[in-house]
Ligand binder design. Sequence first.
Ligand code: AMP
Length: 491
Amino acid sequence: MDFHELGLTGPILKAIDSENYDKPTPIQKAVIPKFLNNHDIVGIAQTGTGKTAAFVLPILERLIKKNKKNPPKSFPVLILVPTRELAMQIIDKIRTYGKIIRPKAVLIVGGAKPGPQIKSLKDGADIVVATPGRLLDHVKSKVAYLNITNTVILDEADQMLDLGFMPSIKLIMSNISKTKQAVLLSATMPKAVRSLANEFLNSPEEVNVAPAARPIDLIDQRVFIVKREAKLKFIQDIFNNHNVYRSIVFVRTKIRANKLASKLKISGIDVDAIHGDKSQSQRTRTLKKFRIGKLNILIATDIAARGIDVDNISHIINYDMPNESEIYIHRIGRTARAGKSGIAISLCDLSEKRKLKSIEKLIGYSLYAKVLNVSETLTLGNAKKNITVKDKINTKNEVNNNKEAKSTKKRNLAKLFTKKAKKRFAEKRKKRIRQDLHQSIDQSNIKSSRQKDKKLNNHSVNKRKLSVKKKLNKRKSFLNLEDAFYGKNDN
Ligand code: AMP
């Protein structure tokens, strides 16, 4: 299938041609015709699959036919995204694919001065690419209107949920006409994202395109179990002993990003950090340096790094293991893009082993972590063989078999435990009954001898003695029953 069969025409096809795209990707094949037929769409789509073009191309196709001027502060198309970097990337793609039709696309993101954004919106725009918080601020202060907005794209909806944008998104969506067309794309589909789609999309068409070759299958993944305090030494080993062409190092927090950056700089390795505390202009400058090759090593937190589409990243390094397994896939997916190969190195300390286990569970195979002592040098050696589907099934079976064996062992242990516990419980019970019995015999003997002295012929005493005797006989017979039930050997 070719791009022109999807319903795209002249100026868009020419722009695609100059990008040297041979064929539409699966997500583009699935989304573009549905979009041009005015359907709402809900789709599971990861970065690296060509999803940006899947919604940008039909948006541009529509704009070719549009000749009305946009009213002030208004715009027909809204693309909502979680991060500034992703927003900038989408604006870039709009400029690339729309270089012939030249739409007016405006970027509205937090962390940048609102003045220039308000100015660019003053005469209206064709497309606004925005992060939800800042757009809502502009809507509230009436410098942006949603009255003519008829197309909404919610990109990376799950990350917008993670970042707490859901209330802002709902407010924005409830201010947009119900007759709008909406597309929601998300790497995962948690309940909250699904209910957002149910609330604001109109009988959406479902699109679920697994990437043809999952990016991670092309990646040489290495995991080293190291001491936390030795991580710095090992990352230096990587940069000093290997040909790292272009690398992103992922860390858990902004503070760790800054600390690692300054320690590596001191040791003579040229790096820069990018995270949420850096100003927008710093982030843009760093990313530009990285993109054009003036900076080879970028240290990033997940918030800043998701959606970064930079070609030819040779090494991804997980200096800290990600908190959620899905993030591992996003991180390492920065390498091996567009069919190329890449290496992902994870430095996992003992406290992060559980995170490693859940990553292995998610990807379906073991990563065969290697334990490294501080005195050793981290070397990568030859590229690890790519995991084939067959290997994957085998290793998956291996993991499953191990699991099975573990759970059988657990079950047997539990059985053994209950048997022993039952026996112990029965023994204790018997002992208690016996003690009670002896006690009551002693007590009744003492009582009866005293009473014997006092009122030897007392009828009531005889009666009580009789009843005590009866009780004792009853208990004795119960004891016999217990012996019969549990066996004499248990005594
Ligand atoms: P995305 O998933 O939107 O981040 O796109 C990932 C990369 O795929 C981008 O660098 C695009 O330029 C590229 N791309 C998009 N569509 C195609 C296509 N049909 N053929 C080849 N590359 C593409």
